[in-house]
Write a protein that binds this ligand. Structure first.
Ligand code: FMN
Length: 165
């Protein structure tokens, strides 16, 4: 089964979780990278505000090549009670039919359940099966702790997959 961890991270917390997950799965990671606008990367607050008007940031989706991956572990931070806009940019560029997706978010404190439910609905409306969802709280947690938490979750995911067979 081809698995990959795809994530967006603004400040490194989601990246740390993604690295822990990939370590446990012994699989690769792909970081969603933003395209510059007028020579500058868009800021998080700016992206959050534009998202409310229905505008999503441009990303380098061409190099991601995820269409052959059967299983995608997708993660991003929570911004204003929803999953960060670049994750939704990615969603528009992939054919999700027949893909199995596990989603995770990192958040300081709040907004994770609603955000995860919305993300699941969006992916399933595009033909994916979302088999697990997880929130990691990142406030006062260092990258090492978050990496370990990611690896723990990945162990659970692996166990779920073997229990099914
Ligand atoms: C613009 C912005 C909005 C945020 N909104 C929320 C929020 O609604 N709830 C929350 O718990 N944390 C919120 N946070 C905190 C991030 O979700 C949290 O620090 C996350 O782990 C950051 O991940 P990253 O380091 O991978 O970017 C926000 C952060 C930013 C920059």
């Amino acid at each position: 089964m081809k698995t990959i961890v795809v994530y967006y991270s603004h400040g490194g917390k989601t990246k740390a979780v993604a690295q822990g997950v990939a370590l446990e799965f012994q699989c690769g990671t792909e970081e969603i990278r933003l395209k510059k606008v007028q020579g500058k990367k868009p800021g998080a607050v700016d992206m959050m505000q534009k998202r409310k008007k229905g505008q999503l940031p441009a990303i380098y989706h061409e190099s991601l090549n995820l269409n052959k991956q059967q299983t995608i572990i997708l993660g991003g931070p929570i911004w204003g009670g929803t999953v960060a806009a670049p994750i939704y940019s990615l969603i528009n560029h992939i054919d999700w039919k027949n893909k199995t997706v596990a989603v995770f978010v990192t958040a300081a404190l709040f907004g994770t359940s609603k955000a995860l439910a919305k993300l699941k609905k969006e992916l399933e409306s595009r033909g994916a099966t979302v088999n697990d969802q997880k929130a990691f709280f990142s406030l006062l947690r260092n990258p090492k702790t978050l990496k370990t938490a990611g690896a723990h979750w990945a162990k659970d995911l692996k166990k779920q997959a073997t229990d099914k067979h």
